[in-house]
Design a protein around this ligand. Sequence first.
Ligand SMILES: *Cc1c(COP(=O)(O)O)cnc(C)c1O
Length: 718
Amino acid sequence: MTPDIKTDLRTGASLTVRELPPTLAPLRELSWNYWWSWAPDGAEVFRDLDPNLWQQCEQNPRLLLTQISDLRLAQIATDPSFADRVQQLYRRFTEYMSDQKPWPKLPLAAQISKQNPVAYFCAEFGVHNSLPLYSGGLGILAGDHLKSASDLNLPLMAIGLFYRFGYFRQRLSRDDWQEEEYRENHTDELALHSVDDEQGKPLLIQVVMRGRAVSARVWRADVGRVQLYLLDTNVAENSEVDRLVTGHLYGGDRETRLVQEMMLGLGGVRLLEALGVDPFVFHLNEGHSAFLTLELARQLIEKDGVTFNEAMNRVRERCVFTTHTPVAAGHDAFDASLVEKGFGDWPQRALGLSREEFFKLGRVSGEQAETFGLTPLALRTCRSTNGVSRKHGEVSRALWQKMWPDKQTSEVPITSVTNGVHPATWVAPLLRRVYEQCIGEDWIERARDAGAWSYGVEKISNSKLWESHSLLKQQLVAFVRDHSFDARLARGESEEHIEAARTMFNPDILTIGFARRVAGYKRWDLLLSDRERLSKLINDRSRPVQFVFSGKAHPQDEGAKAVLQELIDWQRDPSIRQRVAFIEDYDQEIARQLVQGVDVWMNVPRRPQEASGTSGEKIAINGGLNFSVLDGWWLEGYDGDNGFAIGDLSEVSDTEMDQEDSESMYRVLAEEVVPRFYDRDEQGMPSRWIAMMKRSIETLVPRFSSDRMVAEYVERIY
Ligand SMILES: *Cc1c(COP(=O)(O)O)cnc(C)c1O
């Protein structure tokens, strides 16, 4: 994984598509649909074409097929067992794509159909690592939503933005300070189809913003049976500034954010109109797309000559909103002057609203001094609002009660649908095989069937489960060594420190993963709050512990960068460095490696700020155990026997909570987690630990799968 090679490969030069030998020909079509990324043997087939190149291309099959050498291609094309794998993958793909029936027990709202699908709007989509249009949890969740919609055969179309430079890549400087690097996404290297008009020219969607008409062309990514449409303002018709409207994900200033959100909301609705699609329901995944409700109202006003209020009453019936943020400051809001700059006189001209009426839509109480918030706008213009865990629903009702001053908090009309993860995306292939054997070949179709899991998991033998987990852990150890070696080399660390990476980590040691955004409420510093105690745990003679970390700080968050700096500096300490690793540039691929290989996943958010969290859900399907604060999804998932809880539910000040949780974390680790892991029976197996792994799989996988989540949206929300 030398960064230089990656950069060299991504030349941006027009890539010539080469002829593939007949035995490999289906790979071309497969590379055009992200279905391969969650199909059994999908990623493995592409990887085995050329494992080194696969890494250098960052798991991008399209790039791989253009870069692979003629010799390698000829070798693999003449390997009959490889040809069989390609054939089988292709057969599965055609079967999957031609399957028209929804899976059993998904009582589709009759009106949702191909002509009237769900239109799912989000500012970021984490479909796969090779399509880097996401920053973190929200995007990964949106990607998993699309995959489950595809698997469940739910007619759904997704709308987002194509960011030319995506989200930043993390590099650490010599003094351990995070630096941000942006790489250009080249559309010709990605599995993106240009959406063209009748003349075969790129379809252009226009939105007037900042007094200028801005055009966006449209790309389509196929995610199984679901289409993801992406608006891209990097076209010759636009000025330099406007070409950068969709330049960076969350990287620009407030004004850029506003115009991005105008493009997503207004442009997205116009795109659906241009495609002739009339959605049954619009799902606003987070408030970024809330302007879409205004554009829908405009269409009705223009078409039917109704008033704004009449139009909005009809729009509301078709829009549902999911909020993701439990703290007031996390909600997107703009100064009135900025909104005016962006929209000009559009609200008056197109919606027939006075300036005041327009601004009131985005204000909580209508006070002049208030900013224009996208959450208040969405709350007003959607018939349904939900948080992303039960607790987050409760927190959101309290947070937004001010919008319903005559209602009690408990009566505020905000419900919740707890987030889930896509099992096929996150499961390690080795465990997939175990589930196939114990639950059935169709286990993935029964992902949300709790009965199937409790019946199937009982049948898994302890030794089989432990052996599979141990192999995955060995793979993680190799991954950590490899990554650390390359990163240390690239940063010019001392030779001795670089060499030490070759022998760091040990597959027999209890391994704890901690990877997420470096944001204040995630409390990265909690672990380091008592270093002496921590060092003792790490270096215990008979029962040691090792940690693997990964995560990015927001580019403007100096405090978070300082926390990272401290951690990375500490990690160099000779007394612990063989047992502590920080993996640079957290992304979906690194997340996958970590969740598939660790014994324990730790999460210590400050309650109640973890809206849901999803990374711990990815752990469960891989047999890892959660060791977390009772917040978000874990508050619902924890049953006393399926993992470990940090702290309690007491309502105390932040300072007290930090102290209590830090104390609890060290205590539970030393007194419960470590002893249980190292407690071996006559066969040398940690049978009490394995029992907990099984209980975790059985109780958590069906409940926290995105199939359950999407089904719940269909049944309760859409
Ligand atoms: C799953 C995932 C997240 C979300 O994790 P949280 O538990 O919400 O912190 C963020 N980033 C990546 C790359 C992920 O895979």
